[in-house]
Design a protein around this ligand. Structure first.
Ligand code: SF4
Length: 305
């Protein structure tokens, strides 16, 4: 009985940078440091930072005047930035540069008179931040069914953009529907689905076709982690589950299984993956084969903290 371990998996450059910003802010400025929304969508990371003195809030009105606040890796809307500036809050922005890139595309296309069809999940923080750059001209496309309700004419300048952490295959299906309905729609200047999301999906596909079961380590509110479960199932795994921690792996999932694929989302520390491997070892899965589909070297520069 063996484990096939996907590579790349786990932390991406944007998550690494965001966590480092909170840790540096705590070290240099002392607790409490306020963080608007979970800095990254991972229970273990958020719990650890909370223990060190980070205070996670939903909105800025929970942050006292004059305090330091960090914007999460998912980015914030224009209105949130303006509110922070208006209240004189001391801000460190941990927005992933690849999310900022999409914000800049929204600003540019809005300025050039486009209606922007943003493919993404309603209610996700990243989508709220991105749409909030130009709320009057951004239209959310959440799933193929929502294409039906879009109503534009040939005179409307249209462009599609997307959330960074979507399923590549599903997004391309939606784009085909958009192009069929609006043949004049413009493509984005470059991929919005980020390198880390794409690489982890390619890697999980490579292990899924050889696995009876794929365990994805990640939190339920992590978009890219949830997409890995879907891609594993589409890629040929008989079953796939998302777990935050090794103890959530149910022994019955392993009944009759001889090969388990393991991967993790972009916000997941490697220690949590190693815990799952240890648990599988305890259940007789003693061999680990690593399947590598890409090498990642990207590192983002840090803002001044
Ligand atoms: Fe940035 Fe992609 Fe990582 Fe999100 S998943 S933080 S967009 S690199």
């Amino acid at each position: 009985m063996k484990i096939i371990l996907a590579n790349p998996r786990g932390f991406c450059a944007g998550v690494d940078r965001a966590i480092t910003i909170v840790e540096r802010a705590l070290a240099l400025h002392g607790a409490p440091i306020y963080v608007r929304h979970e800095i990254v969508h991972n229970d273990y990371v958020v719990s650890n930072l909370r223990e060190k003195g980070a205070v996670f809030v939903e909105e800025l009105d929970e942050v006292p005047d004059g305090a330091t606040v960090i914007f999460s890796a998912h980015g914030v809307s224009r209105a949130v930035r303006a509110e922070a500036a208006g209240r004189g809050l001391h801000v460190f922005d941990a927005t992933c540069p690849l999310v900022t890139k999409v914000h800049n595309e929204v600003k540019r296309f809005a300025r050039d008179g486009y209606q922007i069809l943003l493919i993404g999940h309603e209610g996700h923080e990243e989508v709220e931040g991105t749409a909030g750059e130009a709320p009057d001209v951004v239209h959310l496309v959440d799933g193929a069914a929502s294409v039906d309700s879009l109503d534009f004419g040939p005179e409307d300048k249209l462009v599609w953009l997307s959330q960074t952490t979507l399923s590549v295959d599903e997004t391309m299906e939606i784009v085909q529907l958009l192009k069929a309905k609006f043949p004049h729609i413009t493509d984005p200047p470059s991929d919005d689905i980020c390198y880390a999301t794409q690489n982890r999906q390619v890697a999980v596909k490579a292990i899924a076709e050889r696995s009876d079961l794929v365990i994805v380590v990640g939190s339920q509110n992590s978009s890219n982690s949830k997409r890995l479960v879907e891609v594993a199932l589409q890629g040929g795994a008989d079953a796939s589950y998302l777990v935050d921690y090794a103890h959530q792996v149910k022994p019955e999932w392993l009944d009759g299984v001889t090969t388990v694929g393991v991967t993790s989302g972009a916000s997941v520390p490697e220690i949590l993956v190693q815990d799952v491997i240890k648990l599988l070892d305890d259940h007789g899965f003693h061999t680990v084969e690593v399947v590598t589909t890409a090498a990642e070297k990207l590192v983002f520069s840090m803002p001044r903290v």
